[in-house]
Write a protein that binds this ligand. Structure first.
Ligand code: DP6
Length: 336
């Protein structure tokens, strides 16, 4: 059989999902909205062949590849996903998979959105199911079953919404494509340590926060406001939503049982910096996922101002520049 290679971006959620309703279908409690990230891409090559003795996934780092062992929940899910799609295709061939990220793997940036969306599309193509890749509703559902909800939003380019709902209706749709709005996300890397609590664990304990039901109510007007801000290209409106939602999600994390603290002192310092910049007239907004690193969202025209300021902050180890980009797609160049 021939090889296929797929590339897919990570994304930053403006309205975040935290909490899954149902553990086998991975349906989120709330709708989420995100932008794809050009600087954070996974590339995955798959060969399916009857002569391959067992499924193998190799992860690239600095030019060398290491076999992914089934040691963590996420790794097990990746191998289970291979079996799921193979069964759908009614074939028996095992796969050899190589995958690498465009961003440093030690940067403390979650790669599951780009990784699981690339893996799903590449498996479907390798197992002869290209019609599922073209049918975005079916592709959404399958990516969701991989266990990475954020990956569902990477199947489209640009600005994407992932709906809650049921096993059929919890899918992604595109709000606007990657050319629609010149926004930039500069990720300030301040902590490269692996997160101590996985998102999977966090999603399952979100409901234990006494404020969880309140979040589900108070984020509804914010979702509407975010859709409107994107439609009107109103950056100030969007920025206010982005920050409010980050604080709301982290409040749930910090008040769940047991509490989860992803922020460190550097995170707080950067939040305060961004607020100070705005008072000085530089419009930028912060967003933080399940980690300490800070995404700084600004209009493209302000990129160098933001980058220069970040260069002068000692705790920032490096930055990753991102624009909105295309979603998951096939590429010609293979990794092996
Ligand atoms: C905080 O289960 O999709 O990023 O990428 O492994 O963290 P990881 O996965 P996932 O949870 C994402 C949670 C979030 C918010 C969001 O992206 O909506």
């Amino acid at each position: 059989m021939s090889k296929v290679t797929v590339q897919s971006p990570a994304n930053i959620a403006f309205i975040k999902y935290w909490g899954v309703k149902e553990n086998t279908q991975y349906i989120p409690y709330n709708d989420s909205i995100s932008m794809t990230l050009s600087g954070c891409q996974s590339t995955t090559t798959i060969l399916a062949d009857k002569n391959i003795r067992e499924d193998i996934i190799e992860i690239g780092q600095d030019g060398t590849y290491e076999t992914l062992k089934k040691t963590t929940e996420k790794n097990k899910k990746a191998y289970q996903h291979i079996a799921r799609i193979r069964a759908m295709a009614h074939v028996k061939d095992n796969v050899r998979i190589r995958t690498k990220n465009s961003f440093p793997s030690d940067a403390g940036i979650a790669s599951s959105a780009s990784g699981f969306s690339a893996l799903t599309a590449a498996l479907l193509l390798a197992y002869g199911l290209p019609h599922i890749v073209s049918d975005k509703s079916q592709l959404s559902r399958l990516v969701r079953l991989s266990g990475s909800g954020s990956a569902v939003r990477s199947i489209y380019g640009g600005f994407v919404e992932f709906l809650s709902g049921d096993e059929n209706t919890s899918i992604a749709h595109q709000i606007a494509d990657e050319k629609y709005w010149d926004l930039v996300d500069i990720i300030a890397i301040i902590n490269t340590e692996k997160k101590t609590v996985s998102s999977t664990q966090g999603h399952s304990q979100a409901v234990t926060s006494p404020y969880f039901q309140t979040r589900l109510i108070e984020l509804q007007p914010r979702l509407k406001e975010t859709r409107l801000a994107i439609r009107e290209k109103d950056f100030s409106k969007l920025g206010a939503c982005i920050e409010a939602d980050t604080i709301s999600m982290h409040a749930i994390m910090m008040t769940s049982v047991p509490p989860i603290f992803y922020w460190d002192s550097g995170t707080i310092a950067l939040i305060q910096e961004v607020i100070k910049w705005r008072k000085e007239g530089l419009e930028a907004y912060f967003s933080i996922d399940a980690g300490a690193n800070v995404h700084i969202i600004c209009e493209k025209k302000n990129t160098s101002l933001v980058e220069t300021r970040l260069e002068n902050i000692q705790l920032v180890q490096s930055t990753i520049y991102n624009e909105p980009c295309a979603g998951v797609h096939e590429v010609k160049e293979h990794l092996f």
